[in-house]
Design a binder for this molecule. Structure first.
Ligand code: GCU
Length: 670
C-alpha cells in the first residue's frame, strides 16, 4: 500500500529486528493512578509495540515487562528509561536468566507519556535499547496556528485549516486526535488555535463552545489550549465605547470573559496577543504601553494560573527609520515592568523570518523579562510548499547565537530556557505548517520541520544531523545508505535556498503578496517599509543596508562583543554582509571575487545545487515509498524552475544598478 504521508513519523510497522524487543513487550504495569494522560500512554505503548514487534502487551497490576514507575526526583514532564537486560532469578533453587524489564520512570503521567514515545522511537529506528534520561529545557513548547474563522490559514501552504469551525462543536473530526498525538510524540504541550491577526469572534460564547471541544481532545495528550485575542474585543464583542486597558469597564470585561473561558476550559493556557502591529489594535491607541496592555490581561487570567504571551513583532511606517530597531525601541524600556505571568514573544530575527537573519537584539537586552522565542515553521519566506528547506539549521543558528547578556556563552538558548535568569515561564513557539493536505504539511519533507521544532523545543542541544537522521529513519527509510542521502538533502537544503534567493545577507526582496518569489524591483508601496528597496538599498554605488553608525546604527543595539563581528565589512561573515553594510559593486570580498561577481556566482550555484538535490533524491527511487518519492520529485522540479526565476529576476534587476556583465564563474551542471 502506497504511503500518502498521513502517518507522519509515527509509522509503527513491524521492524526486521522485532525479536530483539519481544521479551520486553509482554506486559505493562503502572504505579500511577489512572488518568486520561496515563491512559493515552498505555494506549500508545500498546498500539506501538503491537505494530513494531507484533506483540500486544497485556495489562498487569504489578511486575510488567514494562513498568511505569513513580519517581518524584525526576523533573516535571521528564523521564528516565532503564533497561534491565539480564535478571538472575532463582527457580527451584537454580539461578536462571530471568525476564527482561524496562522501567519508565517519571514524576508525573506526562513524563510517562513522553517516555513511552521515546521508547517507541528507539525501537522504530531499531536501536539497541539503552538507558536514557531526558527532561524538557523549556516549559511551554507551543505551536501557534495562524488559522482563520473562514478556514483559511495565513501563510499556510498545506491546504485549509484543520479546525472545522462550522462543524464544531457537534462534529468532532478524528483528525484532531491524530494531530494531538503527533504533537505529544515530539513533546509539544501547548497550542494556540487561531491567527494572531485575531478575530474577536473567538471571544463569543458561540466560538468558545467550539474551542472547548478542541481543548477536550488535546487534554489527554498533555496539550494546553491558548487563544489569540483581538485587543479591541471589549468594543467589538462587549459593546463598550473603548478598549483602553486602564478603563475599569474594560478590565471588568476581560475579567468576566476570562471567567467564562475557564468555566468551559478549566486548564486554559491563556492569551497570545499581537497588538499595535500591522494594523492590529493595541494599547498604544489609548496612549498606553505594551506593558499596560499585557498587565491588564495578566490580571484577568492570574486567578486561574493563566499566562499572557505578548508579541514583540511591532513596527510602524517610517521611511527614514530602520525596522530592525523598532521592536527593541518599544520594548527595551519596558524591561522589568511586565507582570509575573507575562512572557514577551520575540521572533528569531529583527525583521521577519527571513531565510537567514541575525538574531533579534532583544535577546540579551531584557534580563528582567521572560522572553519566548518565536520561529516560523510554515515556509512563508523559505519556499512555500515547493522548496525543501530544513529549518532545524536556521533554528539552531539562532539558538546557538551568543548574546553576551551575562558575558560570553549567554546564548539565545540560555536566554529563553531561563538558565540565565531563573525565569518562571519559559517557552519556544513555532508558527505551525500544518493544514488539511493528506500529508499535513504540503511538501512531505516539511514534516521534518514540524518534527525538528518539537525536538528542539524539548532539547535545544540536539544537533540538526541527529534530528534529521531520526526523522528520516522514522518517516522515509531505515536503509542506512538511503537514510544518509535523505538526511544530506535536508542538511544542504537551507544553504542552497539562501544562495538562489537571498545570498550574502540580502533580505526582504520577495514579492509583496507572494512571499516565496522574487520582487526586488518593488520600489514603491503605500508603506515604505514594505518595499524591497527599503531593505536592499541598491544604487549605482553598491548594494546593502548600512547599519553601522554611518547608517541606521542598528548594530549598536547588540552587546559590543556581538556588534564587533559585524562592524567591519572586511571581517563580516559574507552570509551577513548586506545585512549591515552597503558594499560597492566592484569591491573585492574575502572570497577573492567582487561583490557583483560573488552575487552572480552564488545565485547561479544555488540553482546548480538544486539540480544536485534532484539527483540525490532520484537515487532514492525504490528505497522510499513510491508515492512519497514521486511527490517530492515533483516538488524538487518545481523548486528548480523557481530557482531559475529567482536568479534571473535578481540578476537582471540588480544589473540595472551595477551595470556590470553577468558571469557565473561556475560551469553549469546538467
Ligand atoms: C508576517 C506575515 C504576516 C503575519 C505577521 C505576524 O509579517 O507576513 O502575515 O501576520 O508576520 O507575525 O504577525
Amino acid at each position: 500500500k502506497a504511503d500518502d504521508g498521513y502517518r507522519l513519523w509515527l509509522k509503527f510497522d513491524k521492524v526486521a529486528s522485532a525479536s530483539r524487543y519481544t521479551s520486553y513487550a509482554q506486559s505493562v504495569s503502572s504505579e500511577f493512578p489512572t488518568s486520561p494522560i496515563l491512559e493515552t500512554a498505555r494506549k500508545e505503548l500498546g498500539q506501538g509495540l503491537k505494530g513494531l514487534t507484533g506483540i500486544a502487551p497485556v495489562a498487569k497490576s504489578a511486575d510488567g515487562s514494562i513498568q511505569f514507575v513513580k519517581d518524584a526526583t525526576i523533573p516535571e514532564e521528564g523521564f528516565e528509561i532503564q533497561v534491565d537486560k539480564k535478571v538472575q532469578v532463582k527457580v527451584d533453587g537454580l539461578s536462571v536468566l530471568g525476564r527482561k524489564y524496562i522501567r519508565i520512570k517519571a514524576s508525573s503521567d506526562r513524563g510517562i507519556l513522553y517516555g513511552v514515545f521515546e521508547l517507541l522511537r528507539m525501537i522504530q529506528q531499531e536501536k539497541p535499547l539503552a538507558d536514557i534520561s531526558s527532561s524538557p529545557k523549556v516549559k511551554l513548547r507551543m505551536l501557534n496556528h495562524w488559522d482563520n474563522v473562514m478556514g483559511t490559514i495565513e501563510r499556510g501552504y498545506a491546504g485549509a485549516s484543520l479546525w472545522k469551525w462550522y462543524e464544531l462543536p457537534e462534529t468532532v473530526d478524528p483528525r484532531y486526535t491524530d494531530y494531538a498525538r503527533a504533537n505529544a510524540s515530539i513533546g509539544i504541550n501547548a497550542v494556540s488555535v487561531n491567527n494572531v491577526n485575531a478575530s474577536a469572534r473567538f471571544m463569543t460564547p458561540e466560538y468558545l463552545a467550539k474551542v472547548k471541544v478542541l481543548a477536550d481532545v488535546f487534554r489527554p495528550y498533555g496539550i494546553k489550549l491558548f487563544l489569540s485575542v483581538n485587543f479591541a474585543s471589549p468594543k467589538l464583542v462587549g459593546k463598550l465605547k473603548t478598549s483602553d486597558p486602564l478603563d475599569p469597564q474594560v478590565r471588568a470585561f476581560w475579567a468576566s470573559k476570562t471567567k467564562e473561558i475557564y468555566a468551559q476550559i478549566p486548564d486554559f493556557g491563556g492569551f497570545l496577543v499581537k497588538a499595535n502591529s500591522e494594523g492590529e489594535p493595541g494599547p498604544q491607541e489609548f496612549g498606553r504601553t505594551h506593558a499596560d496592555g499585557a498587565n491588564m490581561l495578566a490580571e484577568a487570567v492570574k486567578p486561574f494560573n493563566g499566562i499572557v504571551i505578548w508579541r514583540a513583532f511591532v513596527y510602524a511606517p517610517n521611511p527614514n527609520g530602520d525596522r530592525f530597531k523598532e521592536a527593541y525601541n518599544d520594548f527595551k524600556p519596558l524591561d522589568g515592568t511586565f507582570a509575573k505571568n507575562v512572557i514577551v514573544q520575540v521572533k528569531n530575527g529583527p525583521i521577519d523570518f527571513q531565510p537567514r537573519e541575525p538574531f533579534h537584539p532583544l535577546f540579551g537586552a531584557m534580563p528582567k523579562t521572560p522572553l519566548a522565542l518565536e520561529f516560523q515553521i510554515t515556509q512563508e519566506y523559505t519556499g512555500f510548499s515547493t522548496n525543501v528547506f530544513y529549518q532545524s539549521i536556521l533554528f539552531k543558528e539562532c539558538l546557538d547565537s551568543d548574546t553576551y547578556q551575562n558575558g560570553k556563552g549567554s546564548t539565545v538558548a540560555k536566554v529563553i530556557d531561563g538558565s540565565l535568569g531563573n525565569d518562571q515561564i519559559t517557552m519556544m513557539a513555532g508558527v505551525a505548517n500544518t493544514g488539511s493536505d493528506r500529508n499535513w504539511t504540503g511538501h512531505l519533507l516539511s514534516q521534518a520541520n514540524w518534527y525538528a521544532f518539537g525536538r528542539l523545543a524539548w532539547d535545544h542541544t540536539l544537533s540538526s544531523e541527529k534530528i534529521a537522521d531520526e526523522w528520516v529513519k522514522q518517516t522515509l527509510t531505515r536503509d542506512d545508505k538511503a537514510a544518509k542521502t535523505a538526511s544530506d538533502i535536508l542538511m544542504k537544503s537551507r544553504d542552497t535556498y539562501v544562495k538562489f534567493t537571498t545570498p550574502l545577507g540580502l533580505h526582504h526582496v520577495m514579492g509583496q503578496g507572494i512571499h516565496w518569489g522574487p520582487e526586488p524591483w518593488l520600489e514603491r508601496s503605500q508603506r515604505p517599509d514594505w518595499t524591497s528597496i527599503y531593505y536592499h538599498r541598491a544604487d549605482s554605488v553598491g548594494l546593502g543596508f548600512d547599519r553601522k553608525a554611518s547608517g541606521s546604527n542598528a548594530l549598536s543595539l547588540y552587546h559590543p562583543a556581538v556588534a564587533q563581528q559585524w562592524l567591519d565589512p572586511a571581517k563580516t561573515d559574507l552570509n551577513y554582509l548586506l545585512w549591515f553594510h552597503h558594499v560597492g559593486w566592484k569591491e573585492k570580498l574575502t572570497s577573492g571575487r567582487t561583490l557583483w561577481d560573488e552575487f552572480c556566482y552564488r545565485m547561479n550555484s544555488g540553482l546548480q545545487e538544486v539540480k544536485d538535490l534532484q539527483k540525490d533524491w532520484d537515487s532514492l527511487q525504490g528505497k522510499v515509498d513510491p508515492e512519497i518519492f514521486a511527490d517530492v520529485r515533483g516538488r524538487l522540479a518545481a523548486q528548480q524552475r523557481e530557482s531559475v526565476l529567482w536568479r534571473d529576476a535578481h540578476l537582471l534587476y540588480f544589473q540595472t544598478y551595477s551595470k556590470l556583465p553577468i558571469s557565473y564563474g561556475t560551469p553549469a551542471r546538467t
